[in-house]
Each structure stands twice: as C-alpha cells, then as structure tokens.
Ligand binder design. Structure first.
Ligand code: 4AD
Ligand code: MG
Length: 448
C-alpha cells in the first residue's frame, strides 16, 4: 500500500488526488450527520481533516473513534469548505487499526501539565507539544551533521565504555557484571565525554567530531542536568583557543539558521505556547557577534554588579548559573564567551597559559540557559601535561596512550562539547531539561 505523510498532503498544490493515510485521531466530532476527524501522523503539527459521510460503510465506526485511536483512511483530497484549512480528505474507506478507550487513555484533548506528562513519557509524544519538541530534536541533529559535513569534518564514534575519567570530576557510573569484579580486567565506567579519544583521532584526521550519549553521576536535580545526555564534541588539530571560539560561535549560529530555515513551524508553535519572542531571539543571536570576556574581566563585572548573589563571586571560583545568567541576560543581553579560567578549577588536559595560573578554557553562555558549550585548547606539551597529571593526583599509567600522542607528532589542538539538550532547551523555549529528551534519566528516576 502506498501511504502518504500528512505533511506532504497538506503541501499539495491542488485538490483531486487520491491518498491513503495512517495516523492517530487527535479529536473527532460529529455534526449534521458527518464525522470530522482531526488526524495526525507526527509528520507535521497540522492535522489532516478526514470527513466521513453516512454513505460509506466506515461511517458506522464513527462512534468508536476517540482521541488516540490509530486509523488508516483512504479518500480524495477536496477543497475544505470550513475555515482553518485548505484541504480535507473525503474518506472512501477507513479502518480502525487500534482503539483508545476514552475512559483510560490518559492523553485527552485538553491541556495537561508538563509534570503530569513526564509521568506518561511513554505516551507524551502524542501531544502537540512533545511531537514538536522531538521533531525539533531531530532537525537539530541534522543541523549538527550538516554544519560539520559542510566544513569537511569527519564524523567519528568514540567509546561509551571507558577506563579513564576525562573531566576528573569523579562523577562516573561504574560498570561490570553481577558475577565479575572487573569484566574488563580493570575498573570501567560509562564515559563522561568522548574528548580524549576524539583528540587521538583529530591528531591524524585533523578535524573530527563525535556525537553521542554521555553519562554523569552528579547528584544534581536541576532543570539543566541529566544523568544521561547527548554531547557533540568537535576536536581540531592546529586550532588555538581563538580558532576554537570562532568555530563555536559559527556553530551555534549555523544551527540556529538551519532550524529557522527547516523547521519554522515547530519554532512558531513553541513561541506561541511557551516562549514569546522566541523566533526574534533566535534570529538576532544568529546575526549577532558574541561578546568575549576573559574570566578576569567577567569576575570584575560580577563584583561591580552590586548584585547580591547567593554564591558571592570571587577570583578562583567557578561561575554559578546565577553569575552566568547575570552576564548574558542583564549585562550583555546576548551570548557571551568566557575564556582563560583559573587552572585550579579546570581538568588536567587544558593548556596552561604563560601566566602559570590560568588555562586556555572557554565556555559559551546563552541567555535563559547559561553554559551551553565547554571547551579548551589542549595541553600539547608532554612535560607540562605530565606535571599537571601528577599534580592532580591522577595515575599517569591510565593515560599512557594519551601521552603517546604528545610524544609522536604532537601539535596544538582544541575542541569543545555542546550539550544537545541544553541547546534544545534554548531552541524550544522549554524550561526543564526532562522535557527535551524522550526518556530522561535523573537521580532516582529511570522509568521507561
Ligand atoms: O563543560 P563540559 O563538562 O565539557 C566537557 O565534557 C568537555 N570534555 C567537552 C570537550 O571539550 N570536548 O560539558 C560540555 C557541555 C556543557 O556545556 C553542557 O552543555 C553539557 O555538556 N552538559 C550537560 N548537559 C546535561 N546534563 C548534564 N549533566 C551536563 N553536563 C554537561
Ligand atoms: Mg563545563
């Protein structure tokens, strides 16, 4: 059977075509002896109106159709006499594929709270909101691949099982089997970042990116943290920190432009229901120049702000979300890149600056979100790197392969990580990170 997607049907130039469509009933009403079905199949937020006339056999099914039922309809596309849509499908046949009992199906045609829908994550894609968010997530993934493909980057796959703590923050999930102490002959973890392996491949392929799931056992129940999230990590040989920041800025703008060009419909939906002014904000950021501040300058601005922060800001401490939001939302009113952080608060792999107290790190901060990208220039000097590893109390033996790349043809290189869900929070206007990943994993919660 040749089935058509509703999005394609709604884009038809003229009426008259014959179509078969399958989808789910969003709502159904009967009036003047006709049954009107609002049918969706996920391909677009707009539904197709399917009209059942008493003259067809399937009309007898009208009473058994409810919100959530799966159906296949066949018919002719005709001009719609009603307001709100150009075409409707005059059904010649309709099959009820799967029933949905209105007494028990939880997703009825009314506004449910996002908290309620989180408990129904197995069914929430049937709502307009989550269908939009998950379509945006797919377009965002395409945007990422398109951006890097256009620049000749190679897409690589870094391992999910690892034996080293890249970020050195100790927030790793241990993995083994029930009956073995160390399945891999040594302690092993779920990766917190593909960076170290991406570096190995960049020092050969020059420009690469990895894009996959990462895991952090940080016990933070915030609207911005997940225990399992997706990260995009480009890594580039012969890039210094400046090149790295330039790429990060172009990357964010490139993504915004792609989404504005390819999925405006869903952005408009999110603007209407969740984030007034969303499209204007995305457009202005895509056209803006990101402000760049050194960590020193950022701390001075925060100290001079006159704000009473919950965590007072002083040199040597990491910036808190409240500091990031002040800088992006009040001070700069746009994206900010902060660079050259104190060495003491950053991981071992970041390149030590000549001042001996800061490293070539950079974070990109966005309004509403705070940190969306974290990256750095990497330490390419063997002796400096070895000293740093020892100083942080890490076991050099675990990094012999990483150190080897600094022994053989070492080169300056840089990279960063962009959090996919944080990006989607920004793009969709959703407020909670649990609402932009289909099945969120957070402390105490791994249902579905
Ligand atoms: O700043 P992070 O920790 O950087 C790294 O992991 C580097 N190794 C990346 C690199 O240089 N290749 O994480 C990068 C981004 C953050 O800016 C944030 O957007 C996201 O990953 N992120 C999280 N997103 C959701 N939940 C969490 N628990 C996250 N932790 C980080
Ligand atoms: Mg970070």
């Amino acid at each position: 059977m040749q089935r058509s997607k509703i999005k394609k049907i709604l884009e038809c130039e003229q009426a008259g075509g014959q179509f078969t469509v399958s989808g789910w009933v969003r709502s159904v009403r009967q009036s003047q002896n006709l049954a009107f079905i609002d049918l969706v199949d996920g391909s677009s937020g707009a539904g197709l109106q399917v009209v059942l006339e008493p003259s067809i056999k399937a009309y007898a099914l009208a009473d058994s159709l409810h919100t959530g039922s799966a159906v296949t309809a066949r018919g002719t596309l005709v001009e719609s006499p009603a307001k709100g849509q150009r075409f409707e499908l005059k059904a010649e046949d309709l099959v009820l594929v799967g029933e949905a009992d209105p007494e028990t199906f939880p997703i009825q045609k009314k506004k449910h709270t996002l908290e309620f829908l989180r408990q129904k994550a197995h069914l929430r894609v049937r709502t307009n909101t989550f269908a939009s968010v998950f379509r945006l997530r797919s377009y965002l993934s395409h945007a990422i691949h398109e951006f890097f493909r256009g620049r000749g980057f190679f897409y690589i796959h870094t391992p999910i099982i690892t034996a080293s703590d890249c970020e050195g923050a100790g927030e790793m999930f241990h993995i083994t089997t029930a009956d073995k102490k160390h399945f891999f002959g040594r302690p092993a973890y779920l990766t917190v970042s593909g960076q170290l392996e991406a570096e190995l491949l960049a020092l050969g392929l020059s420009e690469v990116y990895t894009f996959g799931p990462t895991f952090r056992a940080e016990n933070s129940n915030t609207p911005r943290h997940l225990a399992e999230f997706w990260m995009v990590e480009p890594e580039m040989a012969f890039y210094d920190l400046q090149d790295n920041m330039d790429l990060a800025e172009d990357f964010i703008k490139g993504i915004l432009e792609y989404l504005l060009a390819h999925d405006r419909e869903d952005l408009e939906f999110m603007e209407r229901w969740y984030q007034p002014g969303l499209l204007g904000q995305l457009e202005s950021i895509a056209a803006s120049e990101f402000v760049r501040l050194s960590y020193d300058e950022a701390v001075k601005l925060l100290e001079a702000s006159g704000k009473s922060f919950e965590f007072p800001c002083s040199w040597g401490h990491d910036l808190q979300t409240e500091h990031e939001r002040y800088l992006t939302e009040e001070k700069v009113r746009g994206p900010v890149i902060i660079h050259d952080y104190p060495a003491a608060i950053k991981p071992f792999y970041m390149r030590l600056n000549d001042d001996g107290r800061t490293v070539g790190a950079m974070d990109v901060l966005l309004p509403r979100i705070g940190e969306i990208i974290g990256g750095s220039q990497r330490e390419e000097r063997l002796d400096v790197l070895e000293r740093r590893i020892r100083k942080l109390g890490l076991d050099e033996k675990n990094y012999w392969w990483y150190l080897d790349t600094r022994r053989f043809g070492t080169a300056p290189h840089s990279g960063f990580g962009l959090g996919l869900e944080r990006t989607l929070l920004f793009l969709s206007g959703m407020a909670n990170i649990r609402d932009v990943i289909p099945f969120p994993r957070t402390p105490g919660s791994a249902e579905f």
